[in-house]
Design a protein around this ligand. Structure first.
Ligand SMILES: [Zn+2]
Length: 109
C-alpha cells in the first residue's frame, strides 16, 4: 500500500484518500508553440522503472495538490513537497541519491 504524507496538512494518507495526477514538473506548451512541443506536452510521459516524481491530490483531506518522489518498483517514498515548485527540493534529491547510488535526476527525461 502506498502511503504519502500531505505536505500541507501533515496527514499520512493511503492511496484511497488521494487522487493521482500523473507526472510532475512538466513543461507546459500552449498557443504559439510548435506542434511537436505541444504534442509532446499532451501525450509523452516518462514511465520509469524506479524513481519517479508525481502529482497527487489530497482528495479526501485538504484537497490540495502536491508532489511526491517515490520508487515505482518498491513504492518507497522519498518525500512529498509543495506543488508550487518547478523542480524537486534539494533535500529530496540528496535522499534519493543516498538510497539509489548511480541515480541521477537527468536520467528521468
Ligand atoms: Zn492535505
Amino acid at each position: 500500500m502506498l502511503i504519502l504524507e500531505c505536505p500541507y496538512c501533515g496527514v499520512k494518507a493511503d492511496e484511497t484518500e488521494l487522487h493521482p495526477g500523473g507526472e510532475a514538473h512538466l513543461t507546459r506548451f500552449g498557443p504559439g508553440s510548435s506542434d511537436d512541443a505541444f504534442e509532446s506536452y499532451l501525450f509523452m510521459r516518462a514511465n520509469p522503472k524506479g524513481v519517479h516524481f508525481e502529482r497527487w491530490r489530497h482528495a479526501h483531506g485538504c484537497g490540495k495538490w502536491f508532489h511526491a518522489a517515490r520508487c515505482t518498483v518498491t513504492l518507497e517514498v522519498f518525500g512529498t513537497y509543495s506543488a508550487q515548485t518547478t523542480e524537486p527540493p534539494s533535500d529530496i534529491i540528496e535522499k534519493i541519491a543516498a538510497r539509489r547510488p548511480g541515480w541521477a535526476k537527468e536520467s528521468q527525461a
